[in-house]
Ligand binder design. Structure first.
Ligand code: 4AD
Ligand code: MG
Length: 448
């Protein structure tokens, strides 16, 4: 009888885990390995061809020498960019560069020769062109590096919350009403129920879950029909949203702070190669340390109208220039707290010391990157919450379940949402948010 370990998927897993790959060549020095990959670039001389081969885990220089492989194979090695191939050779240390390895090729086998010239050459292309080729652009070095950092950030998010005993809750994507204002809703007809809306935030469901599980987080795609084309806005982005019963604004700020520090530390630990490819100044990230400076909205307005020279009328929301002015000379993320109610969401708890304000906070990333987190204490009182829902012109029937949370054992609670792409934009030092998600959706793009 076959044992459990004879089962195919397990064998495959072992194979995937142990097969030589470019990121693990250090373990195979002086051994013969076969790599499965693609031609990234090529340099020819009379008797040696240097194939830059990528296999998804990294890049290696594969040296094809005429006197080793013979004339016929040597001629055949003049392979076009993005030819898929398996290549066999001996792993050697780079003669000059510490920690870099090469492959002295003994043989290779072409899997597929491209039927056309690869549209993305190492020369400069415009971003619009590259975005139209996003399915192929992902193979480029910088895109590879950014999206690997993204993957590491997402892993850090789950590790962080798991280590604190949070429970992951998945919130629905199709929802009956708005969470973050009615101007950015995507709607879709929903059978005989009228309109359904793509979720702008999982928070309201996070709140219901927090009353059942105490500490929860929601993590998934969220949608906003943002009409402006800025370098900070996507129409589809991923958000992670912790929500905690009995937590107040102070606790919320502390949670956000240690969360950010944890993510930065994991990326610094594990993404050196990626950050180097991106030419990210990591000394800036190494300075990120709790506690982050805290500054009230009103103090921000004073600074903006004073030394920062980016005037703002009290009671209006920051625009991108204000966030840039507030953060461009900062080394740490800053936490701005106690915004005016008027431009904030309906569910935010009023500040007991000044009813014009709410117990809200945003974390702004340094170096001019701006808002990456928004959060608050939530209104705990049934009557006030119902009043706010009506005041915001929201349909009461769609919020009955949400109001129920204040009928049955309502408690103070708080949470926040971090835009994953905003965070990755900052960590990778990327100019435009659209490069931090594999297939971006913006006001002018739903292809590829
Ligand atoms: O500040 P926001 O709108 O807050 C909420 O949605 C709350 N319900 C979160 C909560 O308390 N659970 O959005 C939170 C974060 C922003 O700080 C930003 O990082 C990101 O989501 N974000 C966007 N990212 C990319 N493109 C957009 N259009 C974004 N809108 C918000
Ligand atoms: Mg916000």
């Amino acid at each position: 009888m076959p044992s459990v370990s004879d089962l195919k998927p397990q064998l495959l897993l072992q194979e995937v885990g142990t097969r030589p790959t470019i990121d693990r060549l250090a373990q195979f020095v002086d051994q013969t390995v076969t790599l499965q990959g693609w031609v990234f670039n090529r340099r020819d001389s009379k008797h040696v061809i240097f194939l830059e081969v990528r296999d998804g885990t990294g890049l290696v220089q594969a040296v094809v020498a005429r006197d080793v492989v013979g004339d016929a194979k040597f001629e055949a090695a003049q392979l076009p960019q993005e030819t898929s191939l398996t290549v066999t050779g001996t792993v050697t240390r780079h003669p000059k560069k510490e920690g870099v390895y090469e492959l002295q090729v003994s043989d290779f086998l072409v899997v597929q020769t491209p039927t056309e010239d690869f549209p993305i050459s190492p020369k400069e292309h415009g971003v619009d062109f590259l975005m139209g080729q996003r399915h192929l652009w992902l193979r480029s070095r910088k895109q590879w590096a950014i999206l690997r950092v993204r993957s590491r950030v997402i892993r850090a998010i789950h590790d962080f919350f798991a280590s604190l005993g949070f429970v992951l809750m998945d919130s629905p994507i199709l929802t009956p009403a708005a969470c973050e204002g009615t101007t950015t809703l995507f709607e879709t007809p929903y059978f005989d129920k009228g309109m359904a809306y793509l979720t702008q935030s999982g928070q309201l469901y996070g709140e219901a879950s927090a009353m059942a599980f105490g500490k929860v987080y929601v993590c998934g795609p969220t949608f906003r029909a943002e009409k402006s084309a800025t370098r900070r806005h996507l129409t589809e982005f991923w958000m992670v949203e912790p929500e905690v019963a009995y937590m107040d604004l102070e606790g919320d700020m502390q949670l956000a702070e240690s969360f950010i520090c944890y993510i930065v530390a994991r990326v610094l630990e594990d993404c050196r190669t990626e950050l180097e490819i991106l030419e990210r100044d990591i000394t800036k990230l190494e300075k990120v340390r709790a506690p982050f400076p805290r500054i009230s909205y009103s103090e921000c307005v004073e600074q903006l109208n004073g030394p920062l020279g980016e005037p703002l009328e009290w009671g209006t929301d920051f625009g991108a220039p204000h966030e840039t002015a507030l953060t461009q000379d900062q080394e740490q993320p800053i936490i701005v707290h106690r915004f005016p109610q008027v431009f904030k969401a309906f569910y935010m708890e009023p500040d007991p010391t000044d009813p014009r304000l709410c117990l809200s906070m945003d974390v702004l990333a340094p170096e001019g990157y701006g808002e990456i987190i928004g959060g608050s204490e939530r209104i705990a009182d049934y009557d006030l919450l119902r009043h706010r829902i009506l005041e915001h012109g929201l349909p009461e029937e769609a919020f009955e379940w949400y109001l129920d949370l204040r009928k049955f054992g309502g408690v103070p609670h708080a949470g926040f949402g971090m835009g994953i792409e905003r965070c990755v934009t900052w960590l990778t030092g990327t100019h435009h948010i659209r490069q931090t998600i594999p297939f971006p959706r913006t006001i002018d793009r739903v292809y590829p």
